[in-house]
Design a binder for this molecule. Structure first.
Ligand code: FRU
Length: 467
């Protein structure tokens, strides 16, 4: 369908749906969520001319994974965001089934987007890697495809993440599936963003000692952090293990060294980036002050998403909060972006036996908790976090089966840093050693109740709406 017709339908969907969506009690106060329709991956995250830009996978026409548009938000401070004109509409033949995920670069003063044009046929599919530029008036100008399917791969080749290396060349990592049905990450090089040379497979199933490691790797991202290179990717097809890899698809990282000359990436083991129920397809960028920032999608493809009550209000899914990444003693840490402190209001410090503390309003709140012993946190009637001295367990009832499900972290617990926003929770463990992100849908006013005889020390802030 052509651009004008798609835009007309989008305006109609927005005009008819946005008030209803805004009235949803589960709608976030300060996280990014779609005005209407379905949001998934963060795309094109960049700080450009001072401002942060975050694009996103968006189907404005339905709460379903149909043809994907790119929506666009802009912010001066990572916390207060404004809508920008719709960036990409899947109107051309080379993107007929979606302007799929991709990234943004600063090409000598031109904000340039690199994304996947996804095309489905009656049988099979193909994919084009495409360019677009952001214009003065906030619209995007499409430059068309610059890369067809490389030989030896199925139609599942997507999600380009591009950066400029010290040698002045552009490099791209691309998620791919080979003809044997193995997930891979490809490395490509270009001098001008238009003509690309495939250098090789740098990671994937059957590579770097991994064995069988999934049938498709989505949304790769590669960047330098500390003295190492980090490859983030989302392998699909890993069998669940008793206490890890429990979501439908995983999102994690490898630490290694990228050999740009020989396209090799010897790396260590796969670590999950987030241990909660909803986290996928994260994307990072470098801020002008030298930080590595990340947004993730607080959702999972093919999860239990189509039971979420926000559907009744015509929208589904949201982003995580922005996070800062560091590499400390060989492991990745994620902390909430420091800019979020702007939202803090009404500080409160409490100390005492857990079960004697008054329930706290957590509809939009930040908490720092130092538990001294066994403790359970009840997030309204929808989610529970229990610490038994060895294991942290996040529990909730599966909306489809009614069975209670758990996610786990093991270690020595010193501190929990928790962000609640209406229907989402992000739990940072021990100053960013691990994170658990989850949606949850209370049927009562959201309050936190503590259970346990142990003493706790707790800092609390109400968080101001950010939009
Ligand atoms: C990940 C993903 C990407 C794809 C996009 C489509 O969630 O499947 O691989 O580009 O979503 O919306």
């Amino acid at each position: 369908m052509k651009e004008a017709a798609l835009l007309k339908q989008t305006v109609k969907a927005l005009m008819q749906g946005q008030l209803r969506a805004a009235q949803d009690p589960h709608r976030p106060a300060w996280h990014l969520a779609p005005s209407v329709g379905l949001l998934n991956d963060p795309n094109g995250f960049i700080q450009f001319d001072g401002d942060f830009h975050l694009f996103y996978q968006w189907n404005p026409l339905a709460c379903a994974h149909g043809a994907k548009f790119w929506g666009h938000w802009r912010s001066a401070d990572l916390v207060h965001w404004q809508h920008e004109p719709i960036a990409l509409v899947p109107s051309e033949e080379y993107e007929s089934h979606g302007c799929y995920s991709g990234s943004a670069v600063d090409n000598d003063g031109v904000l340039t987007l690199i994304y996947t044009g996804n095309v489905k046929f009656a049988e099979g599919r193909t994919a084009w890697q495409c360019l677009a530029t952001l214009e003065e008036d906030g619209s995007c100008r499409k430059l068309g495809p610059v890369l067809a399917l490389p030989e030896g791969y199925s139609g599942h080749v997507r999600d380009p993440k591009v950066w400029r290396h010290d040698d002045g060349q552009w490099y791209m990592v691309l998620g791919a599936q080979n003809l044997a049905g193995e997930g891979k990450v490809l490395l490509l090089r270009s001098g001008d963003l238009h003509s690309w040379q495939l250098l090789g497979e740098i990671a994937g199933s059957q590579l770097n000692g991994l064995g069988d490691f999934g049938y498709m790797w989505e949304c790769p991202d590669l960047f330098r952090l500390g003295n190492h290179d980090i490859l983030i990717t989302c392998p699909q097809g890993l069998a669940p293990q008793p206490k890890r890899w429990l979501n439908t698809f995983q999102s994690g990282y490898f630490i290694g060294e990228l050999d740009y000359q020989h396209a090799r990436f010897p790396h260590g083991e796969f670590h999950e980036l987030d241990l909660g129920f909803e986290f996928y397809a994260p994307q990072t960028t470098a801020s002008s002050d030298g930080r590595r920032l990340l947004f993730g999608w607080m959702g999972i493809p093919d999860g239990d998403e189509f039971y979420q009550p926000t559907l009744a209000y015509g929208w589904i899914h949201q982003m995580t909060c922005p996070r800062e990444l560091t590499l400390e003693q060989g492991s990745l840490r994620q902390r909430p972006a420091r800019e979020l402190q702007q939202l803090r209001r009404s500080p409160l410090t409490l100390q005492g036996a857990a079960q004697q503390l008054e329930p706290l309003d957590i509809s939009s709140a930040e908490l720092l908790i130092q538990p001294e012993g066994v403790l359970t946190l009840h997030f309204a009637d929808a989610l529970r976090l229990s610490w038994d001295g060895k294991e942290l367990q996040l529990s909730r009832r599966n909306p489809r089966s009614g069975v209670e499900e758990h996610r786990y972290w093991h270690g020595s617990l010193a501190r929990l840093h928790i962000f609640c926003d209406r229907s989402s929770i992000e739990i940072f463990i021990n100053d960013g050693e691990a994170v658990m992100s989850s949606r949850y849908f209370p049927t009562v006013t959201p309050q936190l109740r503590l259970e346990g005889e142990t003493n706790v020390r707790l800092h609390y802030w109400r968080l101001e709406a950010g939009m």
